[in-house]
Design a protein around this ligand. Structure first.
Ligand SMILES: [Zn+2]
Ligand SMILES: [Zn+2]
Length: 623
């Protein structure tokens, strides 16, 4: 039966720090996990276990749910397997012999995986531990780490899984203190909800214990900043299951912030040479047939509705509406470029399982814009978009970007000359901007090249936000043109672009980036006055009224709580500036000011407080 057991090839070896090695290490951990699970819980059936961005998972079929205690036991057994430094051995096997063997083991998923391997392709399995006594049984090649080899690594000294690889060469190449099991979640076989439900055990794995510790600390920090948790604590927004998943309710404080973001965005666009549009949320389905969305994007669209025997569609995108606006009259080359921006709300179908806070929703508002321009204007227009993007993102505190350029894929529409022109224009614009970028050759959409911009947040995470997409398809489908200098009709170039991406998602990123401690210009409440007793309430109200009239967002604590409690409440609500008003303050016409970042600022008169706040607002900073 053991037909072709081979030692791993020397070329499988690679140096630590190599991303492919890390991927192999993580996938190898998935095998080790499955081995440990079947050693401890032999009734469990195995399926598949890929690597992930931070570790690995494995899906198991077991009637009884894995408990946190089970995970601890499994992790300990994985450590045993790792410290035993078992070899990982690849075997090419005969399909029919293996089928018979699997049938005896009652591993239905393995059987299905085997039958899914195309005929003619080699079938391989990987052993952890070697079943062939003629071959060395561990400790060679030596473990990378000096951990004691357990005296008795039984009950099962070897285990195998059907897999195409690749893996590490021995379990000892995994550092026993650089992995951890994280959680158990439900999953379906093949991701299909009609298939059996499985238990997915997630783990994380790294090359060194230091990397694992850094990852765990980062995860803890991300949890502290989770926008869903802070959104509730700071009363910014909610998602009401009663109304449906993925639909966002902006509460007064969140709505106040959204208004500030929108006002900022509109004024930046008006001064950036854009005009603003408002267009409908639904339209005749024929429009989506002309645009091609009905054919290519239907899975992400809600079903259409019938109105007076016509089919209408909730919009998943704003583009066709801007195209119709363009088409409404004949444009001369002299009018171009036209830059039209809209905070356009769209609705897209997403499976309930993938919805996530504000990050993945079913209804959201894009900060969308379309530029219609002449071919020779593309470079300048794209450069202007890059400048506006940098201005807007940095005003919100994001100054580090990762930029990608995606070029023509194998299947595409549009003439070679137009693709070359547009791609060159994007490259020229990026070069003039002086931004480093990575080129994803062939990674563009079928209708044009694009630039994607990811922003780095306060804890180093990257978020995809801005996109600049050249489009040769929609102008063709809608037969757009302009009158050229010689009187002929020509196709304009269309550029789609968004800077935030979506207001909802960007808001979620803002909450996490600042951990709810917003810069003063964005804070829904900038200042709270805390009267020590009712005797100071009139003075506090008068000060609040004066500041409100000047446009500051001010509240007076009306709880009647003791001062200590009022201060604590303001802290929990992350109010940037608080001002205590006691007897002395009333007598001296001052306020005892305390800010979140800098603490006690002493007794300030109204003018001094205004100065402090005006400066912080102008700097878009935190106080
Ligand atoms: Zn594998
Ligand atoms: Zn668009």
């Amino acid at each position: 039966m053991v037909s072709q057991i081979s030692r791993p090839l020397p070329s499988d070896r690679s140096a630590p720090g190599d991303p492919q090695r890390l991927q192999r290490l993580r996938h190898t951990c998935a095998h080790v996990l499955a081995m440990a699970v079947q050693r401890l819980f032999p009734e469990t059936r195995v399926t598949i276990g890929p690597s992930t961005e931070t570790g690995f998972y494995y899906d198991f079929d077991r009637a009884i749910a894995f408990t946190p205690d089970d995970l601890t036991r499994i992790e300990a057994d994985m450590r045993q397997i790792i410290c035993a430094n078992l070899p990982i051995v690849r075997e090419t096997v005969d399909r029919d012999e293996l089928r018979a063997e699997i049938a005896q083991l009652h591993e239905p998923y393995k059987l299905e995986i085997l039958d899914g391997i195309p005929l003619g392709e080699p079938v391989t399995r990987y052993y952890i531990g070697c079943p062939d006594p003629a071959l060395p049984q561990g400790a060679e090649p030596p473990s990378l780490f000096n951990f004691p080899v357990p005296e008795d690594p039984t009950p099962a000294a070897y285990w195998w899984d059907l897999c195409a690889g690749p893996h590490l060469n021995t379990t000892g190449e995994i550092h026993p203190e650089a992995f951890a099991l994280e959680s158990v979640a439900g999953a379906y076989w093949r991701g299909d909800e009609t298939q059996p439900q499985l238990q997915r055990i997630y783990g994380t794995a790294w090359e060194t214990p230091e990397q694992l510790q850094a990852y765990l600390a980062q995860k803890e920090e991300a949890k502290r900043r989770d926008h869903r948790k802070l959104g509730q604590e700071l009363d910014l927004f909610s998602i009401q299951e009663e109304a449906g998943g993925g639909l966002v309710f902006w509460h007064p404080k969140g709505a106040r912030m959204r208004l500030l973001i929108e006002d900022y965005w509109r004024s930046a666009h008006l001064s950036g040479g854009y005009d603003l549009l408002y267009t409908p949320h639904i339209a005749n389905l024929d429009l989506w047939k002309t645009s091609g969305h009905f054919d290519f994007y239907r899975d992400n669209m809600f079903d259409s509705m019938t109105i007076e025997a016509q089919q209408y569609q909730l919009r998943p995108m704003n583009c066709p509406f801007h195209v119709l606006t363009y088409q409404n009259k004949l444009h001369s080359y002299r009018e171009l470029p036209l830059r039209w921006a809209e905070l356009g709300t769209v609705y897209r179908y997403e499976r309930s399982g993938v919805l996530h806070g504000l990050m993945r929703v079913r209804g959201f508002t894009q900060d969308d814009a379309h530029v219609f321009c002449l071919p020779e204007q593309v470079t300048d227009e794209v450069l202007a978009v890059l400048n506006l993007t940098e201005q807007i993102l940095s005003d919100f505190g994001f100054t580090e970007y990762e930029v990608n350029l995606s070029t023509r894929p194998a299947k595409s529409v549009g003439a070679d000359a137009v693709w070359d022109l547009a791609t060159d224009a994007l490259i020229q614009a990026l070069d003039s901007k002086g931004w480093d970028y990575v080129t994803d050759e062939g990674g563009g959409a079928f209708y044009g090249p694009k630039i994607d911009i990811k922003i780095r947040d306060a804890i180093g995470r990257l978020w995809q936000c801005s996109t600049i997409q050249v489009d040769f398809n929609l102008p063709e489908r809608f037969d757009l043109h302009y009158v050229a200098a010689d009187g002929s009709r020509q196709r304009p170039i269309m550029i789609h672009r968004a800077i935030f991406g979506s207001l909802e998602r960007f808001f979620g990123i803002l909450v996490e980036n600042y951990a709810g401690d917003f810069p003063l210009w964005l804070a829904p409440v900038q200042l709270r006055l805390l009267p020590v007793s009712d005797g100071q309430r009139n003075y506090a109200n008068t000060v609040a009224q004066t500041l409100k009239q000047q446009g500051y967002r001010v509240e007076v604590d009306a709880s009647g709580d003791r001062l200590g409690k009022q201060i604590r409440t303001a802290e929990l609500e992350k109010i940037p500036v608080v001002a205590v008003v006691g007897k002395r303050e009333v007598e001296q016409q001052t306020l005892s000011v305390r800010t979140r970042q800098d603490g006690d600022r002493g007794a300030l008169n109204l003018t001094e407080l205004q100065g402090l706040m005006t400066q912080a607002i102008a700097d878009r900073g935190r106080v």
